[in-house]
Design a binder for this molecule. Structure first.
Ligand code: GLN
Length: 474
């Protein structure tokens, strides 16, 4: 099946060249053919066709009418189970729809199913899911690669053309890193642009919904439909959302592109630097000015993130105790045992590690030394970006320090796994918007992405710069 764009698909539907039901059947076939990727962990053909028929019979014209999407299984959905990739929520059926998915449904989108993820979105490989790992579609027959994570199912689904777009969430890189590994576009907007209401919480001060797509236009259409103010999320921003897709403009003449010297890490492979250099040269060709900038506290970003995110996770995950919903251990003889066994049987290894770290850094005596210190570092990192954006319009960096790695690698060394986020975490701590755009390949032919960051709520400029790169990708 050909990889269509959203606007082309909408045209086909509107002109009745294809019905939404036929289109859905095409995608159902693709998903069935690619079951071994394990991109979707929930998928119900009957429900898809029911919705397709309803949309086909609807007179009203809607901006995403019939567009098939994948939904990361961290968004609560009223008509589909929501598991967060965890045993502890393996039987959970929400009674409500998340704000973001509700917006997409109201715009006429057709949800094909729920996509796989690292358990509770903690990870960079989609190997910690209770429902098994996802395989990166760029893998070869004898070398199976991770799709990145935590939104690996969504990235793989878009890359394998199992849907036209997919939602993700990004706390420290979970959209941008898998987008880079799978060769698709991944956009994390400014913290507060998309409501967190109904998204299962990992680290509330960092979690942000975003999108995977095949091209900038599709990404900008979907982002516009997802964004918006929600009084149910106290950190939701009441800002005007421009129609990004109508305003796409690939002119970068005169723009100043910041290149942070701290992102030239010793030991980073040549292939990463080559792709970065290629993007720099292409921007220069378009009349952009390149400026070396400093983000002096970059090296403290990862340690600060791995204190703040687990601290918030330990608090957010306290609610999974077997009382009201989710999995409950069967071997219990007392209330205390119910809590203990439910949590020790229901959570996987990585989630337990985060809860332990988070509880430790929040405990009396360590709170000031770790948690408060990390919050201070977070402020310094935000200040670095604030100062940098006085001198430049965008910041351009690699998205990841390596291409996709084989399944099973880095599994026994959490620090190695955490290093995947080295280029994505700083912007997350500062709440900035960022995109990953596929922009080259490794020596082995694996996709590599570049990351563009800009000021808060400057999504339009990011899409424009991405649009330019997309059109100038030799
Ligand atoms: N890989 C990072 C982590 O494990 C980021 C995850 C995310 O953005 N949800 O925390």
């Amino acid at each position: 099946m050909k990889n269509q764009s959203i606007s082309d698909t909408l045209k086909l539907i509107k002109s009745k060249k294809i019905s939404i039901k036929e289109l859905s059947n095409n995608y159902i076939n693709e998903i069935n053919k690619n079951k071994d990727l394990n991109a979707f962990i929930y998928f119900n053909e009957e429900k898809i066709l029911e919705r397709a028929e309803k949309l086909d019979n609807m007179k009203e014209d809607l901006p995403l009418k019939g567009i098939p999407l994948g939904i990361k299984d961290l968004f609560c959905t009223k008509n589909m189970p929501t598991t967060a990739g965890s045993k502890i929520l393996s039987n959970f059926q929400p009674t409500y729809e998340s704000f973001v998915t509700k917006k997409l449904l109201n715009s006429g989108a057709l949800f094909l199913g729920k996509t796989n993820l690292d358990e509770f979105a903690m990870g960079s490989s989609t190997t910690t899911s209770f429902f098994g790992n996802t395989i990166n579609p760029v893998s070869s027959e004898n070398k199976k690669l991770v799709p990145g994570g935590s939104s690996g199912g969504s990235a793989a689904a878009v890359a394998a053309n199992l849907c036209l777009g997919a939602t993700g969430t990004d706390t420290g890189g979970s959209i941008r890193q898998p987008a880079s590994f799978c060769g698709v576009i991944g956009m994390k907007p400014t913290y507060g642009l998309c409501s967190r209401w109904g998204i299962i919480a990992f680290s509330s001060s960092l979690d942000q919904a975003g999108i995977f797509a095949n091209n900038i236009q599709d990404a900008s259409i979907l982002m516009y439909e997802m964004a918006g103010y929600d009084p149910n999320d106290s950190t939701s921003s009441n800002v005007e959302i421009p129609k990004y897709h109508d305003n796409l403009n690939s002119n970068v003449d005169g723009k100043i592109i910041g290149i942070p010297e701290e992102y030239s890490l010793p030991g980073i492979s040549d292939e990463i630097n080559q792709v970065w250099d290629k993007a720099i040269k292409v921007f220069e060709k378009g009349g952009a000015k390149i400026k070396k900038i400093k983000l002096p506290h970059t090296k403290y970003a990862l340690p600060a993130y791995y204190i703040i995110a687990p601290a918030e996770a330990s608090s957010n995950l306290a609610r999974y105790d077997g009382v009201k919903y989710g999995f409950r251990s069967e071997n219990i003889s007392s209330l205390e045992e119910m809590y203990e066994l439910t949590r020790s049987e229901g959570f996987g290894k990585e989630v337990k590690r985060r809860i332990l770290i988070g509880t430790y850094v929040l405990s009396a005596g360590y709170y000031d030394a770790y948690y408060i210190k990390a919050q201070k570092v977070r402020k310094l990192i935000s200040n670095d970006f604030r100062d940098a954006f006085k001198e430049c319009d965008f910041i351009l960096t690699p998205t990841t320090p390596s291409p996709a790695f084989p399944i099973g690698e880095k599994e026994d060394d959490p620090i190695k796994m955490y290093l995947n986020d080295i280029f994505t975490v700083p912007a997350s701590l500062a709440g900035l918007p960022g995109i990953s755009i596929p922009y080259g390949t490794s020596k082995e032919g694996l996709p590599l992405g570049v990351q563009i960051l800009s000021k808060h709520f400057n999504e339009q400029e990011i899409f424009n710069a991405g649009y330019y790169l997309e059109q100038n990708n030799e």
